[in-house]
Design a protein around this ligand. Structure first.
Ligand code: HEM
Length: 167
């Protein structure tokens, strides 16, 4: 009976495509609507599990997630792609959240930063995080600030948080 097993040399190894820009983890290298959609959905999947913030989001957005997620995609598109997709007003939306305390903004960033670092190459992650920190600072100032106050230091990245160097 004829063997169907391939003999030597019957299969040729094909050269594998070179990895894109050498990024082994296939992180997003550009920001587009698809990357933003993944970022938004991943972030809200995580924040909903947060021991404190999860309760705030789940209570406030109960039955409204289907509107909130596309709204947040539009927000991040407006901020990062500058396409004007978002027309809302974040400050009044947060001022009405009376249950939010000052440290919640730092906790929000503690969830946001690792999500962004997981999804994007470092140079882009740095930019997105810097933008989120600026917005978190202005929301904190609008909510808790008074004349002359400064946002908490935790709303700004410290090099030691993510740099592997030893200086
Ligand atoms: C203490 C941290 C935060 C909490 C607890 C929080 C919570 C919420 C909740 C519950 C809503 C829905 C409000 C509603 O529809 O009734 C909301 C909306 C929103 N949040 Fe936050 N948020 C926080 C920080 C941030 C930060 C740092 C950003 C931006 C980087 C952000 C951007 C937005 C935007 C754009 C909306 C939509 C506002 C609108 O209705 O147009 N939030 N947030």
């Amino acid at each position: 009976m004829e063997s169907h097993r391939p003999g030597p040399g019957r299969y040729k190894l094909r050269p594998r495509p070179a990895p894109r820009s050498g990024d082994r983890l296939c992180r997003f290298e550009t920001v587009d609507a698809q990357a933003i959609q993944v970022m938004v959905h991943t972030f809200y999947g995580c924040i909903r599990e947060h021991p404190r913030l999860g309760g705030i989001f789940n209570k406030r957005l109960d039955g409204k997630w289907e509107d909130h997620l596309p709204k947040m995609e539009a927000f991040w598109q407006s901020v990062l792609l500058k396409n004007g997709a978002y027309k809302g007003k974040p400050v009044p939306a947060h001022l009405k959240l009376k249950e939010v305390v000052s440290s919640d903004y730092a906790d929000w960033l503690l969830v946001f930063r690792p999500v962004v670092r997981e999804l994007f190459v470092p140079e882009i992650a740095d930019e997105i995080i810097a933008v989120a920190e600026r917005i978190a600072q202005s929301l904190w100032l609008a909510t808790f600030g008074h004349a002359g106050s400064m946002p908490p230091a935790e709303l700004t990245s410290q090099h030691s948080e993510w740099s592997g160097s030893c200086w």
